[in-house]
Ligand binder design. Structure first.
Ligand SMILES: Nc1ncnc2c1ncn2[C@@H]1O[C@H](COP(=O)(O)OP(=O)(O)OP(=O)(O)O)[C@@H](O)[C@H]1O
Ligand SMILES: [Mg+2]
Length: 273
């Protein structure tokens, strides 16, 4: 069932997920606190990420969205002074437990960044490189076929089929970003993290990414950070609103956007920050 409402005077559709099951979480975050030196960036975060759903993180600049996203594949580990308490379980295993393999984690959790960052190589190599790394036993022909299949999955093949041997940097920004999604999927992750993937894109490229994510959630669990509330309303199955490192409110899009419980949430939706 689709529900319509207005955000900022613009009609939005939020999908009410009749199949949405609150039992089927793939990630469970418990009592998570995180610091960069003295600065506490996340406070007592408790959250589940649901399987085959799109979860959107929203909230004003500096509220900890990226920090939490990067905790999910331990990308903050190398930042000097970064410290974390609490647990993040992926399929029941704490990814911060001693001995947990970060390599294994990165294969299960793919990431796409705000600025498209294809390798300065051919379009095909952007996929072949991670595939070679991940499927060491496959021959060249098989790797090429999987690379082409991934391009097909992301709807990019038609647009780039004559440019497979050209530099990826010659593609449009939107095509480069979809190539980055395809590259993240090349290692066959369970989860796809995207940090403001459309912020540098025009509306048409944005809608292609949104359509792509809606298709991909059949196979992957997706977490997206976005400043675009209409985007969250269009594609999210679950919405999490952060303010100053804390989750203020989380729920189905219609709850957050139409009947928010917290005053801070309504103020944010009204553009008061
Ligand atoms: N590498 C870092 N070193 C020190 N402090 C950091 C670092 N990265 C983020 N912070 C701080 O942590 C807090 C949360 O930042 P974060 O990047 O997670 O916010 P955000 O919600 O993603 O913001 P934006 O919407 O602007 O991207 C901020 O106070 C920020 O200044
Ligand atoms: Mg951010």
């Amino acid at each position: 069932m689709e529900k319509e409402s207005f955000i900022d005077g613009v009609l939005v559709h939020s999908q009410s997920s009749t199949t949405f099951s609150l039992d089927s979480s793939i990630i469970s975050i418990q009592d998570l606190n995180a610091w960069y030196g003295q600065t506490q960036a996340l406070k007592q975060v408790n959250l589940k990420i649901y399987k085959n759903q799109i979860t959107a993180f929203i909230g004003p600049s500096g509220c900890g969205k990226t920090t939490l996203l990067r905790c999910l594949n331990r990308m903050n580990d190398l930042i000097p002074g970064f410290d974390l308490k609490g647990s993040i379980e992926l399929q029941g295993e704490n990814i911060y437990a001693p001995g947990y393999s970060v390599n294994k984690l990165r294969k299960q959790v793919g990431m796409v960044f705000q600025q498209a960052n294809p390798f300065p190589q051919t379009v095909l190599n952007n996929l072949k490189l991670p595939l070679e790394e991940n499927f060491r036993k496959l021959g060249k022909a098989q790797l090429k076929q999987i690379a082409i299949d991934k391009l097909k999955d992301t709807g990019l093949l038609e647009e780039v089929k004559d440019r497979l041997q050209q530099s990826a940097l010659k593609l449009s920004g939107g095509q480069q970003q979809r190539l980055c999604v395809a590259r993240a999927l090349a290692i066959d992750p369970e989860i796809l993290l995207l940090d403001e993937p459309c912020s540098a894109l025009d509306p048409i490229s944005t809608s292609k990414i949104e359509a792509l994510l809606i298709r991909l959630k059949e196979r992957y669990s997706i977490v997206i950070v976005t400043h675009n509330l209409q985007q969250a309303a269009r594609i999210a199955d679950y919405v999490v609103f952060f303010y100053q490192g804390e989750i203020v409110e989380q729920g189905l899009p219609q709850e957050i956007f139409i009947t928010p419980r917290m005053k801070l949430t309504s103020q944010y939706l009204q553009g008061m920050f």
